[in-house]
Design a protein around this ligand. Structure first.
Ligand SMILES: C[S@@+](CC[C@H](N)C(=O)[O-])C[C@H]1O[C@@H](n2cnc3c(N)ncnc32)[C@H](O)[C@@H]1O
Length: 239
């Protein structure tokens, strides 16, 4: 009974009952932590590609991961994150995710969670910290640029260790210039051809989760999905 009351979903439900969908939004429990916490009980280390301001690292630490490793191609962001997380079990590497993962995989000696989030970002006022030279622009007319996801997955799955969980953030960017028009089907086919029958696929909000059989990936409670759909519907009806 106590463990039932402690479940996050019960509180979500209560908030939706008493405050409606807006209450749930106000609660803002943080998507990454809801996904990371159950995984930190099954894995010690999380490796992230794409550091940005370090909020993903923070969420991983707060969720209970004992070691967090991140990398970014932008030097300013790497320096900033190194100073934000000094004296914590965090490493931040400078370099493309492909280069960094190739080197890191030599030292990975146990199943690990990989959070793949290294991709172009749309211009915004928040993006001023980027130096233009190192931001991966991802313009659709630049054929030389490629989304790093396929290379990252190849490096992880060919590393010799099985049991890794791979999380691909921002799945809404599949088939857009932000992922250089890479499709989700291409990624699923790549995983299947490298490790036939060993991985299953699921979604957690905007994250595509690729997990080995036996690993528990949290699921969004169905009433939350209904609440989100209801919110969208209300928005459409208001316009
Ligand atoms: C969406 S942000 C990452 C957000 C971060 N993971 C978080 O949860 O707060 C994308 C980051 O990926 C970086 N990036 C883009 N292409 C990259 C690449 N090929 N290798 C490493 N980092 C890359 C960008 O500089 C940017 O900081």
């Amino acid at each position: 009974m106590i463990s039932l009351i402690a479940r996050e979903e019960i509180w979500y439900f209560a908030i939706i009952l008493f405050q409606g969908v807006r209450g749930y939004e106000r609660l803002n429990l943080g998507s990454s932590k809801a996904l990371y916490s159950p995984l930190s009980r099954q894995y010690k280390c999380l490796i992230e590609t794409g550091t940005w301001l370090g909020d993903g690292i923070q969420a991983a630490l707060e969720s209970g991961f004992r070691q967090v490793i991140s990398c970014d191609i932008n030097e300013e962001l790497v320096m900033q994150a190194r100073s934000r997380f000094q004296n914590q079990p965090v490493q931040v590497h400078l370099g493309s995710s492909e280069q960094v993962l190739k080197t890191l995989m030599w030292d990975v000696s146990e199943p690990t969670v990989f959070f793949l989030d290294a991709h172009a970002m749309p211009p915004s006022s928040e993006a001023q910290v980027f130096s233009a030279a190192t931001l991966l622009p991802g313009h659709e007319d630049d054929q030389s640029l490629q989304c790093p996801l396929q290379q990252e997955i190849k490096i992880i799955l060919e590393s010799g260790y099985s049991g890794h969980t791979i999380l691909i953030d921002d799945r809404q960017c599949f088939d857009t210039w932000l992922f250089h028009y890479l499709s989700e089907e291409t990624i699923r086919a790549q995983v299947e051809s490298l490790c036939p029958g060993r991985y299953s696929f699921s979604y957690f909000r905007n994250v595509l989760c690729i997990s080995p059989i036996g690993i528990k990936i949290p699921r969004e409670a169905s009433y939350l999905l209904i609440a989100r759909k209801a919110k969208k519907l209300l928005k459409i009806m208001r316009h």
